[in-house]
Design a protein around this ligand. Structure first.
Ligand code: HEC
Ligand code: HEC
Ligand code: HEC
Ligand code: HEC
Ligand code: HEC
Length: 362
C-alpha cells in the first residue's frame, strides 16, 4: 500500500483539528512525547543531524529574509506546518531567541516523517510484510507502508532542487539519482539499509568518521619507485561525498631522518560548484560507487626516510566560505553572532580519516 501522493508534498499541510477523545500525550507532536513510548528511536534520533537541522547556520541567514523565503528553507529543515513562521513579524520576533520554539527546534522530527492529519504512518512491523491499518489501541493505530523502506522516501529532501534544474547535468544534491545508477539499487540496498541499520534512527553520514571509514577500502603500498594510496568506494550508495559541501584531501608528505618535510602532494575529492551570476561547476572529482582511484607519488626525494599518507575530511568546507562571506555584509547583531557560532562549528567538524606511514632507506 503506497503512501498517498501528497505525503511529501511541500509545504506539508497542518495536522488539523485534534481528535477530541485522545489523551494529551497522543496529540503532542514533540519528539519528547513520542519518547515516552518510543524510547529507542528517540535515543538514536536525538544525536542525529536531523535533530539539529534547525541550526545557527540556518537561522543566521534569516535576518534578511521574509517569512515566505525562510519557510521555503524550513520545508526540509523543519518540515511540519506547525514548525513554520506565520508572519514576517513572527519571524523577526522569534530570531531573537530562535531555540525557544521547542517544536521548531526539533528540526526533522518524528512527526515530520511519521504523522499526517494525526494519523501515524510507519513500515510494516518487523518481520512482517503486512501493510495497511494496524489497530494498536494507541494514537488510532498506524498505517503500515513498505514505502518507508525505500530510497524514494528520503528523496524529497535529499534530491534537489526540483524547481530550477541542474548544474552541469547534475542536481545540486543528486543523491537519489546517484543511488539509482549504483549497484545498490539493483541489489535492493536502500538508503535505510545503510543509514538506519536494523531500523535504528542513527542517520550517520560524512560528519561521522567511523561511518565514512566503513564506506571505503584504503590501501597504501610502495611501488618500484615511489608509493601509492588506492581508494575504493565499497559501501557508499552514492557519490563520495554526495553533496557539494564536504571536501576531502588526500595528502602525502615525504620527510627526512631529522623530521624535515622534503616534499608534499595533495589531491582533492570534491564537487566544486560556485555561484557567479549563475551556478557553474569547476570540477567534480568525487568517487562513484565501486570506483577505485589511485593516488601515485611517482618519485621520492633521495633523502626520504618516511612517507606519510593522510586523508583529511572537511564535512562543512563550503559553509566556511559562505559564512565568512555572510559575516562581511550581515548587519543584524544577533544574526552576526549566530553566523560566528556556525562558522566555529564547521571547524570543529574537521577530522583525519586515515593516516599511515611507509618507511624508506635513503
Ligand atoms: C502512549 C504511548 C505512545 C505514544 C506517546 C506514541 N506512540 Fe507510537 N506507537 C505506540 C504503540 C504501542 C505502537 C504499536 C506497536 C509499536 O510499534 O510499538 C505505536 C506505533 C507507532 C508507529 C508504527 C511503527 C511501525 O511498526 O510501523 C509509528 C511510526 C509511531 N508509533 C510513531 C509515533 C510518533 C511519531 C509519536 C509522537 C508524535 C508516537 N508514536 C507517540 C505507542 C505510542
Ligand atoms: C527522516 C525521517 C524519520 C525521522 C525523523 C524519524 N523516523 Fe522513524 N522511521 C523512519 C523510517 C524510514 C523507518 C523505517 C526504517 C526501515 O524500515 O528500515 C522508521 C521506523 C520507525 C518505527 C518502527 C520501528 C521498528 O523497529 O519497527 C518507529 C516506532 C519510529 N520510526 C518512530 C520514530 C520516532 C519516535 C521518531 C522520533 C524520535 C522517529 N521515528 C523519527 C523515518 C524517520
Ligand atoms: C524532511 C526532510 C528530510 C527527510 C525526509 C530526510 N532528511 Fe536527511 N537530512 C535533512 C536535513 C535538513 C539534513 C541536514 C541536517 C543539518 O545538519 O542541519 C539531513 C541530514 C542527513 C544526514 C547526515 C549527513 C551528514 O552530513 O553527515 C543523513 C545521513 C541523512 N540525512 C539521511 C537521510 C535518510 C537515509 C533519509 C530517509 C530515511 C532522510 N535523510 C530523510 C532532511 C531530511
Ligand atoms: C530540498 C531540501 C532543502 C531545502 C529547501 C534547504 N535545505 Fe539546507 N540542507 C538540506 C540537506 C539535505 C542538508 C544536509 C546535506 C547533506 O549533508 O547532504 C542541508 C544542509 C544545510 C546547512 C548545513 C547544516 C546546518 O544545518 O548547519 C545549512 C546551513 C543549510 N542547509 C541552510 C539552508 C538554507 C538557508 C535554506 C534556504 C535558503 C535551505 N538550507 C534550504 C536540505 C535542504
Ligand atoms: C551502501 C550504503 C549506503 C547507501 C545505500 C546510502 N548511503 Fe549515504 N552514506 C553512506 C556512507 C558510508 C556515507 C559516508 C561517506 C560519504 O559521505 O559519502 C554516506 C553519506 C551520506 C550523506 C552525507 C553527506 C555527503 O555529502 O556525503 C548523506 C546526506 C547520505 N549519505 C544520504 C543518503 C541517501 C538519501 C541515500 C539513499 C538515496 C543513501 N545515503 C544511500 C552509505 C550509504
Amino acid at each position: 500500500m503506497p503512501l498517498f501522493d501528497a505525503y511529501w508534498q511541500q509545504p506539508l499541510k497542518e495536522q488539523g483539528e485534534k481528535p477530541k477523545d485522545w489523551p494529551h500525550l497522543w496529540k503532542d507532536l514533540q519528539p519528547s512525547s513520542c519518547a515516552s513510548c518510543h524510547q529507542e528511536q528517540h535515543q538514536a534520533w536525538q544525536h542525529s543531524l536531523h535533530a539539529n537541522a534547525f541550526s545557527p547556520g540556518l537561522y543566521g541567514q534569516f535576518s534578511t529574509m521574509s517569512a515566505r523565503e525562510a519557510n521555503a528553507c524550513l520545508n526540509c529543515h523543519t518540515p511540519l506546518a506547525e514548525q513554520k513562521f506565520s508572519t514576517d513579524l513572527s519571524l523577526k520576533d522569534s530570531l531573537k531567541t530562535p531555540q525557544k520554539h521547542a517544536l521548531r527546534k526539533a528540526g526533522v522530527s518524528c512527526a515530520g516523517c511519521h504523522v499526517r492529519k494525526w494519523q501515524r504512518f510507519g513500515p510494516p512491523p518487523k518481520g512482517s510484510n503486512q501493510e495497511g491499518l494496524f489497530k494498536t489501541g494507541v494514537h488510532g493505530g498506524f498505517i503500515a507502508s513498505k514505502d518507508f523502506e525505500k530510497s524514494t522516501f528520503c528523496a524529497s529532501c535529499h534530491q534537489f532542487p526540483k524547481s530550477w534544474g541542474t548544474v552541469n547535468g547534475k542536481a545540486m544534491e543528486n543523491t537519489l539519482n546517484e543511488w539509482k545508477a549504483s549497484r545498490f539499487a539493483k541489489e535492493n540496498v536502500h538508503c535505510q539499509n545503510c543509514h538506519m541499520p536494523e531500523r535504528k534512527h542513527l542517520f550517520k553520514g560524512i560528519h561521522d568518521s567511523k561511518m565514512t571509514r566503513k564506506g571505503l577500502k584504503i590501501k597504501v603500498f610502495k611501488r618500484k619507485e615511489g608509493a601509492e594510496l588506492s581508494l575504493t568506494s565499497e559501501w557508499i550508495g552514492h557519490a563520495f561525498p554526495t553533496y557539494i559541501t564536504p571536501k576531502v584531501y588526500v595528502q602525502a608528505i615525504a620527510t627526512s631522518k631529522d623530521g624535515t618535510d622534503l616534499q608534499a602532494w595533495e589531491w582533492v575529492i570534491f564537487r566544486d560548484v560556485r555561484f557567479n551570476q549563475a551556478w557553474v561547476e569547476k570540477s567534480d572529482t568525487r568517487l562513484m560507487p565501486n570506483e577505485t582511484r589511485r593516488y601515485v607519488v611517482k618519485q621520492l626525494p633521495a633523502q626520504t626516510t618516511q612517507l606519510i599518507f593522510r586523508i583529511r575530511v572537511e564535512p562543512d568546507f563550503y559553509y566556511k566560505g559562505l559564512y565568512k562571506n555572510l559575516l562581511t555584509f550581515t548587519k543584524d547583531q544577533k544574526a552576526l553572532s549566530q553566523l560566528r557560532e556556525a562558522l566555529s562549528l564547521t571547524y570543529k567538524n574537521d577530522y583525519t580519516l586515515f593516516e599511515q606511514t611507509l618507511l624508506f632507506k635513503p
